[in-house]
Design a protein around this ligand. Structure first.
Ligand SMILES: [Cu+2]
Length: 165
């Protein structure tokens, strides 16, 4: 009589099917990284280049809490001057038209690394002079940053990146 009871275990196959369908439902993709970017800028600073008249470097930290974006341009309101992106690729400084902003990523413009380069400034632009830099993002639009020009620092990491010219 005890052997007959053990043979009823065949019912468990129906439970197996139920477990498999529950597992498939749980594997539906959860996170989506393609939302709109949430870009914020802090620590913006402009500094005259040591030794090179009419040049300045702009540094800042661009944070992104959302989806990806592209920094596709930079404008300044100094007559006659131009601004561009100088990006460190290996040991070379390269002039680029656009910089990718990764989803939930930071883009750091810093002294001795990638930065925004200002050239051909008039002599009236000196330490203490004020101007605006406008960053143009593909998705986030334009963001204007007010800056005050600082004098060249005596830091050992000079502006030696112009080997690409
Ligand atoms: Cu530069």
């Amino acid at each position: 009589m005890k052997e007959a009871v053990m043979k009823t275990s065949g019912i468990s196959r129906q439970f197996n099917l139920l477990v498999i369908s529950l597992f498939v439902a749980a594997v539906i993709p959860a996170a989506c990284q393609s939302g709109p970017p949430q870009v914020s800028i802090d620590g913006a600073k402009a500094q005259l280049s040591p030794g090179i008249v009419g040049e300045a470097m702009v540094t800042m930290n661009i944070r992104n809490q959302g989806g990806s974006d592209v920094l596709q341009g930079v404008k300044i309101d100094i007559p006659g001057a131009k601004a561009s992106f100088h990006v460190l690729q290996g040991e070379r400084m390269v002039n680029v038209d656009a910089v990718e902003i990764h989803a939930k990523g930071n883009l750091e413009f810093k002294m001795g690394g990638s930065h925004i380069m200002i050239e051909d400034m008039p002599k009236t632009m000196q330490a203490g002079s004020q101007f605006n830099v406008t960053l143009v993002f593909q998705k986030s639009g334009e963001k204007q940053i007010p800056l005050t020009l600082e004098g060249a620092s005596d830091m050992p990491m000079g502006h030696e990146h112009h080997m690409h010219m």
